[in-house]
Design a protein around this ligand. Structure first.
Ligand SMILES: *Cc1c(COP(=O)(O)O)cnc(C)c1O
Length: 376
């Protein structure tokens, strides 16, 4: 008998999403000029505790806009984790800057801060902090380095809505921060992103970049911008989702904890760290890393899981191995064994905000059955 397929992500829309969307249609306000965009910006700024928020069309657009807005001298270096989404590296190279990667830790999968200092040169202008999968980077140490070497901090909080570091909201650290609202994030508006900062000039620059670098002198442009505007339709859903963020975060933490319990007795797999001294895991995704005793890599295991009716995805492919960069000679002698291992053996299993506990039980059961097959 065919079992119900459980997809890797199921979003949750149980608030005012429909109502606000209908308002857009009924009033005719669908473009970025509509009132929900400002409202979403104001509400996000207030929620995170930042002065300014600028809504854009995706998290990737937010990163590109944020990096560009800083006005770094061309050829400057930005330190990024190698274990992250390509958007981070792209934002750096598209701004005419050079990404310098550091390996990640094997416990919490975040950048290994002890490796950063060796990567700093006179050309380094910033550290891009990326909180990976559910636990924030140890920001105190990042601030220490940034102060010592006079570096800017760009915070990628795309996976961290509602997470805190020592009680302070993620998205409020460093010079400029970004969020994504892709459907697998804690709150979504289909596609969307947000830039947050306390610096009025940076916010103003971001507003220009997202809108083709329009200035009050309409149709006269002094710099290159993009059309990264968020529509009123997206923002309407975003406002409704943000009203529910507390519940969404609770769901994520509940699902994560349940997986921890159900999977704790499995031999030779690494589960997410439940807490550190500065944060409780928010389980943006629930990642697992197969140990050496399993005779499969992550991709093979994902295929087997799919046959059992469970959606799963690979971990990030390390930036220093990305063909788009290595073909041009980037990262030539770079060795990041931890990120490479995580890619080989790491995957994440279903954890959407719309997922039920029953589905978690089913995934855990099917996962165990699949694991046993791979040990024989
Ligand atoms: C999802 C994500 C992004 C990109 O967001 P999009 O909205 O998909 O463009 C950037 N950084 C991290 C860490 C992400 O997880």
């Amino acid at each position: 008998m065919a079992e119900e397929f459980i997809p890797v992500n199921i979003p949750l829309f149980d608030g005012n999403e429909k109502k606000y969307l209908c308002e857009c249609i009924d009033t005719g306000w669908v473009s970025s000029e509509g009132p929900f965009v400002k409202k979403f910006e104001e509400n996000m700024a207030e929620y995170v505790g930042r002065k300014y928020a600028v809504a854009v069309s995706s998290g990737t657009a937010a990163l590109e806009t944020a990096v560009l807005s800083m006005g770094f001298e061309s050829g400057s270096e930005v330190i990024i984790p190698t274990f992250t989404i390509i958007s981070c590296a792209q934002a750096v190279t598209k701004a005419g800057l050079i990404p310098v990667v550091a390996d990640c830790r094997l416990d919490n999968w975040n950048i290994d801060i002890d490796l950063i200092e060796k990567k700093i040169t006179p050309k380094t202008c910033a550290i891009m902090v990326v909180h990976i999968y559910g636990l924030p980077v140890d920001m105190d140490k990042i601030y220490e380095l940034a102060q010592k070497y006079n570096l800017k901090i760009i915070e990628d909080a795309a996976e961290m809505h509602g997470q805190t570091y020592r009680g302070k909201m993620c998205g409020s650290f460093g010079d400029i921060s970004i969020f994504s609202f892709y459907p697998n994030k804690h709150i979504t508006c289909g596609e969307g992103g947000m830039i947050l900062t306390d610096d009025e000039n940076l916010a103003e620059e971001c507003r220009k970049i997202r809108n083709l670098y329009f200035t009050p002198d309409r149709y006269i442009h002094h710099k290159i911008g993009s059309n990264f505007r968020m529509t009123n339709l997206q923002a309407a859903v975003g406002v409704a989702q943000l009203e529910k963020i507390k519940e969404h975060v609770q769901v994520k933490r509940k699902l994560g904890k349940l997986y921890n319990e159900l999977l704790s007795d499995i031999k030779d797999i690494a589960l997410p760290v439940a807490q550190t001294e500065y944060a409780d895991n928010i389980y943006w995704v629930y990642g697992i890393v197969l140990g050496e005793s399993y005779a499969v890599n992550a991709s093979e295991f994902i295929t087997l899981l799919r046959e059992k009716g469970v959606g799963a995805r690979n971990f990030f492919y390390p930036v220093h191995l990305q063909p788009v960069y290595t073909k041009d000679g980037y990262f030539k002698d770079e060795k990041c064994p931890n990120a490479e291992k995580l890619y080989q053996k790491g995957l994440y299993i279903p954890t959407g905000t719309g997922m039920t506990e029953q589905q978690v039980y089913a995934v855990a059961q099917r996962l165990k059955e699949t694991l046993i097959m791979c040990r024989e």
